[in-house]
Design a protein around this ligand. Structure first.
Ligand code: AMP
Length: 301
């Protein structure tokens, strides 16, 4: 089993939905690290302010997440606030306060530098690049990004894409980044930008994996979502965690990893914030993977 390095935001989120307002711990790295921790040892790199709850850092450690790369700085933790439509199919960002991230200079502890599997969670692309400059010969680099950076820092995003192996991105942002509409064209354009594999997430409709001529379609798991925040990061963390556990990047491993990522994302949305991700068991994960398998099983004749 190899370990995985996760860098990204560690956040305090305010989520508004039909059930009210929820102040919870969030962040791309937080969701990805917890999701990955079901499969492998996780090394976390990020920054929080003095207002970040100690008990969450304790829970990370209990789950085998090495937090020695999590800096605690004077100032406030990154804060994101968003509002979902009542049917949870769309969200609007109300506030993005970078706070301690504004002057963050990620330092990869020497003991993390040779980690083979690297997850660049959603965060400023120049910070993702700074991490890549410090890791030595990773076997697989997975990156996520979002409209905030695609619009705000397009040149840095382009530079980043030349150095990642797997881009994980949601459908709307994939269209925005590629300037195309039809999925085949979108995937083709994104593959031309650098990554050898592109995973396009369609939220409640599943995910597609494109790698050259290799295409894989994962179904969505039908459930009643409570809070979709972090689903994408849980997907990415589960995806890479599973690959790290297997220790190879064969096409069949990538396919199964998409299902494991989808499984972690499906648990994530069942609770508010990290709630469900923290209560799920290995047995529940295995049972849901089996349900995914049954969902697409059919006899060819
Ligand atoms: P997701 O629902 O997978 O897109 O991820 C939601 C998480 O991303 C939230 O917990 C936020 O704290 C975090 N987030 C939102 N905007 C940003 C941003 N611009 N940079 C880094 N993280 C962000």
């Amino acid at each position: 089993m190899s370990s995985m390095l996760v860098v990204g935001s560690v956040a305090l989120d305010t989520v508004h939905n039909a059930r009210g307002t929820h102040d919870v711990v969030g962040g791309s790295a937080t969701f990805a690290a917890f999701a990955g921790s079901f499969f492998t040892d996780v090394q976390l790199v990020g920054i929080v302010g003095r207002d970040f709850p100690d008990d969450v850092i304790r829970t990370m450690r209990e789950r085998g997440i090495d937090t020695s790369g999590l800096e605690v700085a004077d100032g406030k933790t990154f804060h994101w606030e968003g509002r979902y439509t009542d049917d949870l199919t769309a969200r609007e960002t109300i506030v993005t306060d970078l706070n301690v991230f504004e002057h963050f200079d990620p330092k990869i502890p020497p003991k993390f530098a040779e980690t083979p599997f690297v997850m660049l969670g959603n965060i400023a692309p120049e910070l993702q690049l700074a991490v890549l400059d410090q890791v030595k010969g990773p076997r697989l680099v997975v990156a996520d990004t979002m409209n905030f950076w695609i619009e705000g820092k397009p040149d840095e995003v382009a530079k980043l894409l030349k150095r990642v192996d797997v881009l994980v991105i949601n459908e709307e942002e994939a269209r925005q980044l590629s300037g195309r509409h039809h999925l085949v064209h979108v995937a083709g354009e994104l593959l031309d930008l650098g990554p050898s594999t592109v995973i396009i997430k369609q939220g409640e409709y599943g995910a597609w994996l494109f790698a050259g001529d290799h295409v894989f379609s994962a179904p969505a798991f039908l459930l009643e979502a409570q809070d979709p925040t972090g689903a994408g990061d849980s997907f990415a963390g589960g995806f890479l965690g599973y690959i790290a556990k297997q220790g190879n990047t064969e096409p069949d491993t990538l396919r199964r990893a998409v299902i494991y990522g989808s499984t972690l994302a499906s648990f994530c949305v069942e609770g508010i914030g990290l709630e469900r991700l923290l209560s799920v068991s290995d047995e529940e994960i295995a049972a849901r993977v089996e349900k995914f398998r049954r969902l697409v099983e059919f006899a060819a004749s």
